[in-house]
Design a protein around this ligand. Structure first.
Ligand code: DLL
Length: 433
């Protein structure tokens, strides 16, 4: 299902003409109305009139998360406060959050892009959408809600938590689409099983899952436990919330809505723009936002871009599944690794349950990583030797695949805390000391 053929299937040349027109407007807009940008542009010796082609993008300065924090709460808005109709904030737990202010037109844009996401995943007006993303300051709940309303689907605004009730309603309302984080989808499946309900037999057919990194093998796990097609959705509060990019059933990258968000991939160390297919940090410029309008925002997320048209008919570029955030990259004895890469290996192990945590400690001045992984209760009823053998096998598998030596500790079912939203995969005990 393609929600907006005109824009999602636009020939690239035409799309680029539109992007340039919008980029010019947006640079004018921030220069005129956001003192922070006027100052930054001046410092760099660049003015809105210098933007004459998309290649001129690299003349513009980057925007960082810490700059947004410094502007807290309304300092970076490009619209007067009287035009703002809604606020959302980022979900960070420490320090001041990042605030996104939306004008009425921004809410219309947001509805449009999340409607595209849901349609891209196969949703139509006939669907019953079980929306278990958190409602409130987090953008997940309301963002999906607006898109679902635009396509005329039936939304259950259930938010996160009270999982037994979620399963009951999913069964009684005959929900067809589940929207939540991948880790919460797994938790729902676990609770359903305990209730004696087989989700695979319910009408549920698609999951629109995102807001946290998840690996290909985690996808397989979710698909088989819930009996659904699990598709990835990407977004961030700073830019709009969910609705920046969405995977189609081809499962080969997430279509980025380039008529609204202009993507680049850069080398995070040098800031240099990288070519198609090269891995680096995703940078986004909002082309149509009014309230919060950002120029070259450094998302901190690692991906690649692919400009080849997709078999689904969309001409929009695709970003590869996000590997993780730069801040979450672990460097252990010289090996750079993202938690999602370890997850991918763990989910290949037959005895592994999809619940794990990574514990980072410093021992004798060296960083050490221990993988805590749940396995079935049956394994613990065997001899201790069996548990140790399995731990060794998993450690070996990780070392062979990733070149990284880790400790593995198998734990009983339900030891690891379940998440209603974004799962906490890494426990950094170095910072606790
Ligand atoms: O997580 C928005 C969202 C809601 C996206 C619902 C998808 C679905 P924030 O709380 O601001 O916003 O967190 C944004 O989460 O920079 C990524 O690091 C991470 N993230 C979001 N989607 C994905 C994804 C929402 N599909 C931050 N895969 C982003 C990997 C993701 N990481």
């Amino acid at each position: 299902m393609i929600w907006n053929k005109k824009y999602e299937c636009m020939p690239r040349q035409e799309l680029e003409t539109l992007q340039l027109k919008r980029l010019k407007e947006v640079t004018q807009r921030v220069y005129q109305s956001v003192p922070f940008y006027k100052q930054k542009f001046k410092e760099r010796g660049v003015y809105p009139d210098d933007i004459n082609s998309l290649k001129d993008l690299d003349k513009l300065p980057f925007t960082t998360k810490s700059e947004l924090r410094e502007g807290y709460p309304f300092g970076l808005f490009a619209s007067p406060l009287k035009e703002i109709v809604e606020f959302h904030t980022s979900s960070g737990t420490t320090g001041k959050p990042v605030v996104d202010g939306y004008t009425h037109k921004d809410i219309i844009t947001w509805s449009e892009v999340t409607a595209r996401c849901l349609s891209c995943a196969g949703a139509t007006a006939k669907d019953i959408i079980h929306n278990a993303y958190g409602y409130g300051l987090f953008t997940g709940g309301l963002g999906i809600h607006y898109g679902a309303r635009l396509i005329g689907a039936k939304t259950i605004p259930i938010s996160g938590g009270q999982t037994t009730r979620q399963v009951m309603m999913m069964q009684d309302f005959k929900s067809t689409i589940l929207t939540c984080t991948p880790s919460y989808a797994l938790h729902i499946a676990e609770v359903a099983k305990e209730m004696g309900i087989d989700l695979r037999k319910l009408p549920l057919r698609v999951g629109v899952l995102g807001a946290e990194p998840w690996s290909e093998n985690m996808r397989k796990e979710i698909e088989s436990r819930l009996g659904i097609t699990a598709l990835d959705i990407y977004g961030l509060t700073e830019i709009i919330g969910p609705g920046v990019a969405q995977e189609c059933p081809e499962k080969n990258g997430l279509h980025i809505f380039e008529d609204h968000f202009l993507p680049e991939i850069i080398n995070p160390e040098t800031g240099e723009i990288l070519g198609e297919g090269e891995e680096g940090e995703l940078v986004l410029t909002t082309l149509t936002r009014e309230g919060t309008t950002l120029i070259r925002y450094r998302t901190g997320d690692i991906s690649r871009i692919n400009y080849q048209p997709c078999r689904c008919g969309r001409t929009l570029a695709r970003i590869e599944k996000i590997k993780g955030r730069i801040d979450d990259m672990l460097i252990i004895r010289g090996v750079n690794i993202f938690p999602s890469q370890i997850e991918d290996v763990l989910m290949r192990i037959e005895e592994a349950e999809p619940h794990y945590q990574l514990i980072l400690e410093r021992k004798k001045g060296l960083d050490e990583l221990t993988v805590e992984l749940e396995t079935s209760a049956a394994i613990f009823s065997d001899e201790v030797r069996k548990v140790e053998e399995l731990e060794k096998k998993i450690a070996q598998e990780i070392e062979e695949t990733l070149g990284l030596r880790v400790g593995v500790r198998l734990v009983e079912p339900k030891t690891i805390q379940r998440s209603m939203g974004k799962a906490k995969r890494l426990i950094d005990k170095r910072k606790l000391k």
